[in-house]
Design a protein around this ligand. Structure first.
Ligand SMILES: [Zn+2]
Length: 196
């Protein structure tokens, strides 16, 4: 496999807050905005190159657990899009990009992982080990389970909001996109059960 050439992404993408939402936690997207992300406005090739550039800026290392990519074992990371949610204005804004290994990504998208056969104990177990890397973090397995339940409650609350997705930081990555294409209104929720 020969990966695409990375897009030359600046360390500081204008408009990106690389301190936003640090740490590994369950990060659920409302059903109405599921799929409204960078891949919605970029070609597959553009996203592939951009994602690789975003991973290159952290030396292809998971920003949650520190594990490097291992191409010889076909272990490649993903680029997580971390959004902020303003429940008053209904703005779901792409705040930052995070290079994530697939095991950390399973915890981030816990509901989605379970739908696709993820084993809860393994996913939570990995998350617990990652949390233990921080000696100040005293989270227990029960605590992680409670966090997951709380995350689903937050998502449920957000389901009733008519979201507008703001992908404007994409303009600062150097990928040719039109600013006016980066603000997308979500369709009105119609009972979808998507569980990212
Ligand atoms: Zn990881």
């Amino acid at each position: 496999m020969s990966p695409v050439k990375p897009w030359p992404v600046p360390d500081r993408v204008p408009g990106e807050d690389r301190l936003y939402g640090g740490g590994l936690y369950v990060d659920l997207v409302p059903a109405a905005t599921f799929g409204i992300n960078c891949r919605k406005v970029l070609t597959k090739y553009q996203w592939s190159r951009l994602s690789r550039g975003l991973k290159a800026r952290v030396d292809f290392t998971c920003e949650f657990c520190g594990m490097p990519e291992v191409p010889d074992r076909n272990i490649y990371h993903v680029t997580h899009e971390r959004f902020s949610y303003d429940e008053k204005t209904g703005i779901q804004r792409l705040a930052r990009f995070i290079c994530s290994c697939r095991r950390c990504d399973e915890f981030t998208h816990f509901g989605h992982a379970l739908v696709f056969g993820g084993v809860p104990e393994l996913i939570l177990g990995h998350a617990l080990v990652v949390r233990m890397l921080n000696p100040d973090d005293t989270t227990t397995m029960e605590g992680l389970e409670a966090e997951a339940v709380a995350a689903f409650e937050v998502r449920k609350r957000r389901q009733s909001i008519n979201w507008t997705v703001d992908l404007s930081i994409l303009a600062g990555t150097g990928v040719p996109v039109r600013a006016e294409d980066l603000i997308l209104a979500a369709p009105i929720e119609s009972g979808s059960v998507a569980t990212q």
